[in-house]
Ligand binder design. Structure first.
Ligand SMILES: Cc1ncc(Cn2c(C)c(CCOP(=O)(O)OP(=O)(O)O)sc2=O)c(N)n1
Ligand SMILES: [Ca+2]
Length: 528
């Protein structure tokens, strides 16, 4: 007899999923019973770390990741991670154990009350199957839907007395289903779009995270070179969709309406690919586009296309459309864009140590194909100006700005990319949200290099307090946290440094260690 549990594990295998990220409670034990030997369970000590690891793993593999959380309390602890995954279009199937069906009505302890409402609106779909026999269909539905454009998290709440029930013979058909999305432009629409680009006198390209998610970076390069168009990265960037060393690269757009129009001044056509229009952050009202400019958005997300406040939009497969456009547009008869001004390297041997000097040393010493998972929020701009990111999958940031993403996500990315070095650059404020990820890194010997930028304050909030002219705000300092002691407590070797020479030596050692390491580097605040 095939049980619901047997069929569920077979469905996961069918979708190439044999890693489970999670933190169990009693409701989850029957699902985990007789855990199959071809699966691995990555235990997180907090559900925020579990979903963050799964998010990083899914983004780096480009495939759906699977999470198992404990009822309502576990789901609640993961809500910040749902926000990041939702904004990042990350394909996740998040499951939570539910009380037995006979005791749900009386709300016995660990009943996930109104379970399907809990993760909304940060899921594409949530479901608590009406009967045990429906679990395989719900699981199959969730696995396909999470990966279909626009990808995103889905949630299943499953009563723990369902797993031993027999699966209905007809539900075995689910094992052989394939579901795929088309998404190319028809020839007419492609020709019209290419013609609009060819007619433009001064086009500019703005690229978003879904270009990197589609691994379409090289198509974007070809299109930019054919059009001889400068390339900006869309604001509040959670990924890097274009080589920062390319002569057409202009940098990261500011997350403000007024500033974006200033930065795009003079262009008559703005082509946005793989990004919402736009993920503004600070409210600085102004014209949505510079005078005379038109905008076309290419997105995999019908809702992004529908909610944009201006321009035209095309919904489809970003990789297919960029590749077809790069083949279709003419070689523009205009001069190549001039390479941007890059900042001079920060001076050596200066105390107190400037954050820019740490960034420059990392960029110089790390392997060229290193992957940065960032949550040092006051140095984002400096990173985009200084770091040389050339390959797809080189940069990740929490897409909803929810802190607690980067430390676990770095572990997930390193699990997915064992041949590239992952460097987690974390602020001394952010480092406290999912610090338990250090324990999982130590237990699974995941060789992430964690760099904690200790400036003793919530630097980005100090900047924002200036933007909002919010004076005398309390609760912006985070002094006296000993990350060396914390890391050691979780089993990760750690060192504190406060000079560039000491950082360079520690960073070089960490890169060779072959195991997780943490460097707490004391940096100047305010920035010099
Ligand atoms: C879950 C969560 N809580 C609070 C915040 C608010 N927040 C906070 C608390 C920031 C300060 C981060 O400080 P840091 O030390 O990590 O980095 P910097 O000093 O470089 O800014 S930035 C920011 O948006 C958030 N984004 N996400
Ligand atoms: Ca800080």
């Amino acid at each position: 007899m095939t049980t619901i549990r047997d069929l569920t594990y077979d469905l996961l295998r069918r979708h190439d999923i044999t890693t489970i990220f999670g933190n169990p409670g009693s409701n989850e034990l029957p699902f985990l019973e007789d855990f199959p030997s071809d699966f691995r369970y990555i235990l997180a000590l907090h559900e925020g770390a579990a979903i963050g690891m799964a998010d990083g793993y899914a983004q780096a593999t480009g495939r759906t990741a699977f999470v198992n959380l404990h009822s309502a309390a576990g789901t609640g602890n993961a809500m910040g991670g749902f926000a990041n995954a939702w904004n990042a279009h990350t394909p996740l199937v998040v499951t939570a154990g539910q009380q037995v069906r006979a005791m749900m009505g009386i709300e016995a302890l660990l009943t996930n009350i109104d379970a399907t409402t809990l993760p909304k609106p940060l899921v594409k779909w949530s479901c608590e199957p009406a009967r045990a026999e429906n679990v395989p269909l719900a699981m199959s539905h969730a696995l396909h839907l999470s990966a279909l454009p626009a990808p995103g998290p889905v949630y299943l709440s499953i009563p723990y007395d369902d797993w031993d029930k027999p699966a209905e013979p007809e539900s075995l058909r689910l094992l052989t289903r394939t579901v795929s999305a088309a998404g190319a432009l028809d020839t007419g629409a492609l020709a019209a779009l290419a013609a609009r680009l060819d007619r433009s006198t001064n086009p500019v390209i703005v690229l978003g995270p879904d270009v990197d998610a589609a691994r379409a970076n090289a198509h974007a390069v070809r299109l930019a070179e054919r059009l001889k168009a400068p390339v900006w990265v869309a604001p509040s960037a959670p990924r890097c969709p274009f080589p920062t060393t390319h002569r057409n690269f202009r940098g990261l757009l500011t997350a403000s309406m007024a500033d974006i129009s200033r930065q795009l001044e003079g262009h008559d056509l703005v082509l946005v690919a793989g990004a919402p229009v736009f993920r503004y952050h600070q409210y600085e009202p102004g014209p949505l586009l510079p005078p005379g400019a038109e905008l076309i958005q290419i997105t995999c997300d019908p809702d992004e296309a529908s909610r944009a406040p201006m321009g035209d939009a095309v919904v489809g497969d970003i990789g297919l459309i960029l590749a077809a456009l790069a083949d279709k547009v003419s070689d523009a008869a205009r001069p190549e864009p001039q390479p941007r001004e890059t900042p001079t390297r920060a001076a050596a041997g200066v105390a107190p140590l400037a954050a820019e000097r740490v960034l420059d040393l990392m960029d110089e010493l790390a392997p060229r194909d290193a992957i940065y998972v960032n949550e040092s929020t006051s140095t984002i701009e400096a990173m985009w100006e200084r770091m040389r990111w050339e390959q797809p999958g080189s940069y990740y940031f929490g897409a909803a700005g929810g802190l607690g993403f980067a430390m676990p996500a770095a572990v997930g990315v390193q699990l997915a990319e064992p041949d590239r070095q992952v460097i987690a650059l974390i602020g001394d404020g952010s480092a406290n949200y999912s610090v338990t990820a250090l324990w999982t890194a130590a237990q699974h010997k995941v060789p992430v290099v964690f760099v904690i930028m200790r400036n003793g304050t919530y630097g980005a909030l100090r900047w924002f307090a200036g933007v909002l002219k919010a004076e005398h705000v309390p609760a912006l300092d985070v002094p006296d946290i000993d990350f060396v002691a914390i890391a050691t407590g979780y089993g990760v070797e750690a060192v504190r440094v406060d000079t560039d020479a000491a950082f360079a030596a520690a960073f070089t050692r960490a890169l060779k260690a072959g195991k997780p390491s943490l460097i707490e580097v004391v940096t100047a605040w305010p920035p010099t």
